[in-house]
Design a protein around this ligand. Structure first.
Ligand SMILES: Cc1ncc(COP(=O)(O)O)c(C=O)c1O
Length: 300
């Protein structure tokens, strides 16, 4: 990976190679951490972080859901984030917030382990090339009766890791997961939309999908473009019958799917995906005045 100079850890900017934790940290053993993935983009005002406060609020919400004490406020985390991006001098970057149960006591009880918070940034290009070959995973999505699927917590990501590995090993680019009831949930690190007859549909959080900020962005942009978007249950066959399918997430951006389980959807983005991608690019790069409030300039 492309290392940066500093990582923020509990109030200090420490050199990248010295951002260490103890091997007996609770989160390492039991997956007791919450995370966020955010991006800073190049804009006419220099680098600016997209929907920063909403990402930070989701981090705090995830911590509350899993019962993890969060020692910092949104204001403090915003200052830490902007300071880290500035100190690392990125024109644009990915930002990883992590709040994890640290070192103290061992055991499931998770008592006596203080929360450690870190903010790491690095320059990270597109994660998936355009034209993703999607595979339906044999793994089912985490069920909300088993773990809280609306918390972005590290433990449940094992589900994503298994599905991603399975897809790559089988020669695909990415996996889509069905939930326990058999409905489409999401991909391993992104939400999913289908387009059919000009209508957009994406699974709701009750299907086990994260309430994605990019998903929300897409819905708002669709509205501005006069397109209709709904959150509704989707069957596996809805993926096969779609005119267009695309993934969306902070790390991935908006990425067209070229096939699902070998059923071809066509080369390159379909017309709806292309319009949304252009609109998204304009927004994140500060070229759309209507959405400038979503960008927090690093320099300010
Ligand atoms: C499992 C999962 N679903 C969806 C998303 C997309 O969320 P967002 O658009 O807020 O980045 C992510 C991104 O981290 C994810 O990990």
């Amino acid at each position: 990976m492309r290392e940066a100079k500093f990582i923020w850890m509990d109030g200090d900017l420490v050199p990248w190679g010295e951002a260490r934790v103890h091997v007996l940290s609770h989160a390492l053993h039991y997956g007791t951490a919450v995370l966020e993935g955010t991006r800073a983009f190049e804009t006419p005002d220099g680098p600016a972080v997209f929907r920063l406060d909403e990402h930070l609020r989701r981090l705090l919400l995830s911590a509350r859901i899993i019962g993890l004490a969060m020692p910092y406020t949104v204001d403090e985390l915003r200052t830490a984030t902007l300071g880290t991006v500035a100190a690392n001098g990125h024109p644009s970057c990915y930002i990883r917030h992590l709040a994890h149960r640290g070192y103290g006591e061992m055991g499931i009880a998770a008592r006596g382990c203080p929360t450690t918070v870190s903010v790491a940034t690095w320059e990270w290009g597109a994660l998936l090339g355009a034209g993703v070959r999607l595979m339906t995973s044999s793994w089912r999505r985490n069920d909300h009766l088993v773990v809280p699927t609306s918390a972005k917590a590290t433990g449940p990501y094992l589900n994503s890791v298994l599905a991603k590995q399975e897809a790559l090993d089988a020669g695909y680019d990415e996996a889509v997961l069905l939930n326990a009831a058999g409905y489409v949930s999401e991909c391993t690190g992104a939400n999913l939309f289908v387009v059919r007859d000009g209508l957009l549909a994406t699974p709701p959080s009750s299907a086990g999908a994260l309430e994605g900020l990019t998903q929300d962005t897409v819905e708002r942009l669709a509205d501005g473009l006069g397109l209709r978007a709904a959150r509704r249950e989707l069957m596996r066959s809805d993926l096969y019958a779609a005119d267009e399918v695309f993934l969306c997430g902070t790390a991935a951006g908006i990425v067209p799917v070229s096939s699902v389980d070998g059923r071809e959807l066509g080369d390159g983005p379909g017309p709806v995906t292309a319009r949304l991608t252009d609109a998204y690019d304009a927004v994140v790069h500060g070229r759309d005045e209507r959405f400038r409030h979503w960008l927090t300039p690093v320099a300010a």
